[in-house]
Design a protein around this ligand. Sequence first.
Ligand code: GUN
Length: 293
Amino acid sequence: MPTILDGKATSIALQEQIGEEVKSWTASGGKKPHLAAILVGDDGASQTYVNHKVKACEKVGFASTLKRFPADISEEALLAEVEAINANDDIDGLIVQLPLPGHINVTKVTDKIRPEKDVDGFHPINVGRMTLGQPAYIAATPFGIMKLLEQYKVETAGKHCVVIGRSDIVGRPMSILLSQKGTPGDCTVTICHSRTKNLKEMTLQADIVVAALGIPEFLKGDMVKEDAVVIDVGITRVEDASKKSGFRLVGDVAYEEVAPKSSFITPVPGGVGPMTIASLLYNTLQSAKKVIF
Ligand code: GUN
């Protein structure tokens, strides 16, 4: 059976480390790190994620500000809110929870965030720096996956990694990080997406598969080779009347079929998800300490 890549335990350990760093930073006169989050609309999943982020801030000794706006806020008004936080010297990091309502241009909003406060790593300056291997805020999900691979000393050098999904915030940055020099890294990377013709042929060649396409239980047992490392980025809410919440979380990997064939695998929940929180906190502490910019 595989080794479970326990994102929850790893995230808790990282958050404890961050908490200790905050204590010594503030004890020596440093400013308490402060994360601001903007949430537009009332999507249940987005509310849950933002609440987790705010709670995690409290846990590690950060200040946090949550700004909520109705789904019909104008693009102009939202951009003005971003500008106001950009100008607020007390705030170190700003995230705008995605997705945003259809009438708002996401790129306009993420481009408006000052790169120095862009702890989500979505701004072209941070994406460009990350791509060039320069100091940058790296998007929380790919960064969290790299930390998890590092924690479990998963061998990546020379391995063939197949990333399924080419999103700006997961698939593409993941492919870049895994191909870069270093540990983890030094992979040969293939990116697959909705137009890939022979996906199963690709995944069957993979030593490492990162499933980040957002289709529940897409990656089946017959699509992975023996001893593959399987990273499941998917997190879809599927109705389940037997649960108190009315839903359960399902990943992009058919876990029961894939786990017995894999050497390492991330569970859902408790895998990649919690690591994104630790990464966001890490970036915010870097910002308060002005390490990157
Ligand atoms: N929506 C899904 N993932 C993310 C993330 O990492 N950051 C933000 N801001 N929104 C998201």
